[in-house]
Design a protein around this ligand. Sequence first.
Ligand code: HEM
Length: 505
Amino acid sequence: MDLIAFLKENDMLLFFLFTSFFALLFIKLTFSKTIKNLPPSPPTLPIIGNLHQIGDKPHISITNFAKEYGPLMSLRLGSQLLVVASSPETAMEILKFQDRSFSSRFVPSTFRQSSILPYSLIWSDCDQTWRTLRTVCRTELFSPKAMETHSRVREEKISDMLEFLRNKQGEVVDIGELVFTTLFNTLSCIIFGQDFIDLKDEHETHGGLKDSLENILEYGGKPDFGDFFPMFQRLDLQGIKKGGLKQIKIVFSFWEHMIKERRSQIGSSAWSSDQANTLLDRLIEQGFSDVQINQLATELYVAGTDTTTSTVGWAIAELLKHKEALSKVESEVMKKEMNFDKITESQLSELPYLHACIKETLRIHPTGPFLLPHRAQETCEVMGYTVPKDAQVFVNIWAISRDPKIWDDPLSFKPERFLGSKVDFRGQNFEFTPFGAGRRMCPGLPLGVKSVELILASLIRGFDWVLPNGDDPSQLDMNDKFGVTLQKEKPMKIIFKPKQQSLVA
Ligand code: HEM
């Protein structure tokens, strides 16, 4: 988001266009109606507003602004108005009391594609399409009954992961890659009834499916000039819209033939509804079109894999860095009552310290530091200020979960703070909303949490974790990288040494 860096990186044509439209834009902004009573804002430059002050770590720069300009502030990103809520009270206004008015999305250009936007769960406004998709997801994927039905698939995929690690004795493993593949295959089995990526095939990645999904996320996280200056939107100067659509189409093409094949089986007289055992079957039976199925599957992969992988990676890093916490969670999962070979989902409720570690990880490293961008559907009053229609709205959960007024010693990893505490991430405690709250809250929470718990418990139970080159875990680099999700900047690479059964307490 650093305009200067942006201009340096792009060619002269862009610069020429920028300067030619400069005067026109200046006139437009100068004579446009000024909105009174906006939330406080840092001083802005003409045309670019605060763009030059955002940098490549917006969660940090915007949090620093909030310290000066308060829990509800506004920033100008070019001609786009951004309103940021940075306290539990302002978050509650946006996500609870005025949830209806703020439940629309600000859609980044990668996803603002007329051919797919009408079918989107993540980027649609809360219209009938969105309601239907949320209902399908709840019924078929995330309800207690659906979660129970799919528990065997999740356990199987994690067994594959553990088997893979046992065969990798002494070798350095990028745990992010491995967890990503495991989650990807879990979702693939639930949606399409088959794996798409071979765990051993670390580099081939099923002809690029994984790469294409990662590219979609990459395009989605790129700051787009057209978002800040909508008059340039149609030109797609950085090629973000075009590039994003190309990747989305590549992803669709991977399973298109499966949809066709299944559709013809389901249409035949030999088909009986008892045979429907994947999400694909259910969607076809319920009359979903190919493009609707393509879009929903892609969004489930995009929303479900990176978020969960990143949470596991951060939890591993924090536990390695905090030996005491690791040994406490280790003695919990090494209890005699736990099945040594395979921890099952039914055993997870017996691991309160592990749950506390996961909450603490999500507090310090929320995968979406601003949630996904919301948009004001109409002009609203919040805390006595005016938030105009179509303003982009961020809830800065990164700032809230590091606020010393709310959390004791907020920068330290202390899972104990959650033991015996009623504070939970289910959208009722506005000081801690890593999954959001209100109608746009993450529908995948049950799957995300179960997966993180089961993967971590299994990795702790099965292996000792050692850093390559004898690196000291207390010195682990915890820098983050801002994108669609807040990732660890350096991938988490570990040697997994199988534990001996005799260690069981
Ligand atoms: C640890 C794991 C996860 C975290 C931390 C997480 C977090 C979030 C957050 C912060 C949002 C935005 C809420 C808002 O804008 O108010 C969200 C939305 C969403 N998440 Fe998750 N998520 C996780 C796992 C998953 C999984 C496993 C899936 C599905 C397979 C999923 C599917 C979605 C979808 C579809 C949305 C958009 C909902 C809407 O706009 O109505 N998430 N998630």
